[in-house]
Design a protein around this ligand. Structure first.
Ligand SMILES: [Zn+2]
Length: 307
């Protein structure tokens, strides 16, 4: 039986990679971004519900081959993004395998709600991923979002352990993900992955420590879909970022109009990458050892994947 919606691409655009958001993977580059219809979650606060909760919007049919040809001619990387790409698992597997053969980098932007078996099929094809960790309550995931916290944790740990460049996004939604105890547990979980002593840390133990950090994006919510709580208070967002930085070295706040965020060198304090809206200046990074980056001023290794 033919798969419904196979190859139905609802959006195709060239975006700054920082918009995914990925801040430590090829900073300042552009990435061809493909979106599809539908989602396996039902988050009542969905910020993208016009495409995630509907499957009858406009689309055009693009084959895996055509999509990868477009990615090859527009910078050599492709993001599967906008709504939930994993719903289109078969199309993704086919397209990602073609990308691998063509030397095109695969970037997945996803809620990570996928069973262990298909996760194990797709993770080896990924170069980078940004995974949502929407909250840290199994009950909220199950009852409010229609998903599974354990599945998301497993996907995050597995992708990290397999050496995929991983960044995580948490939307701070009043009444859903602004519980301090749960937030601290999420910080602890992410920090434990990056700890060499952690059994979940996978390859971390044999990788230079500074190169395997997990940047964490805390995003401001605005009322949308079925959630009318007021927008995330920016001082509350900043407070959560301070909490997170007690355990995680690279925490960024996002979804703020006119917002900016810089990454300073952990050793000399000079700016490695500055981000001002759409403008990204990565001139503080220089080529480092083993295909990685270092600080252009003091030579300290920097956890960035170069362009
Ligand atoms: Zn430095």
């Amino acid at each position: 039986m033919a798969l419904p919606l196979y190859g139905h691409v609802t959006a195709l655009a060239l975006d700054p990679i920082e918009k995914k958001p990925l801040y430590h993977f090829r900073p300042g580059s552009q990435i061809l971004s493909a979106g599809f219809a539908g989602c396996n979650l039902r988050c009542p606060f969905c910020q993208n519900w016009h495409i995630s909760q509907k499957t009858d919007g406009p689309w055009r049919n693009i084959s895996p081959k055509e999509l990868i040809a477009a990615a090859e001619s527009s910078g050599g990387q492709i993001a599967y993004t906008y709504s939930e790409p994993l719903v289109h698992f078969e199309y993704l597997l086919e397209t990602m395998a073609l990308a691998r053969r063509a030397g095109v980098a695969n970037v997945l932007v996803s809620n990570g709600c996928i069973n262990a078996e298909p996760a194990a099929e797709i993770i080896p094809l990924l170069d980078a991923a940004n995974i949502d960790l929407k909250c840290f309550s199994g009950e909220t995931y199950g009852k409010v979002l229609g998903g599974s916290l354990e599945a998301v944790k497993h996907f995050i740990a597995s992708a990290y352990g397999a050496g995929v460049h991983l960044e995580v996004t948490t939307l701070i939604v009043p009444g859903v993900s602004d519980n301090c105890a749960e937030f601290d547990a999420a910080s602890e979980f992410l920090a434990s992955l990056a700890s060499p002593s952690s059994p979940e840390g996978g390859r971390r133990a044999c990788t230079p420590a500074a190169l395997r950090e997990i940047p964490w994006h805390l995003s401001a919510y605005h009322p949308d879909y079925r959630w009318d709580a007021p927008p995330t208070d920016l001082s509350v967002l900043a407070g959560f970022a301070r909490r997170a930085r007690q355990k995680m070295p690279y925490v960024y706040t996002g979804n703020i109009p006119g917002g900016s965020s810089d990454t300073p060198c952990p050793l000399c304090g000079k700016t490695l990458v500055s981000r001002r809206g759409c403008h990204v200046d990565a001139s503080g990074l220089a080529p480092g050892r083993e295909g990685r980056c270092c600080c252009a001023y003091c030579g300290e290794t920097a956890p960035f994947v170069p362009v």
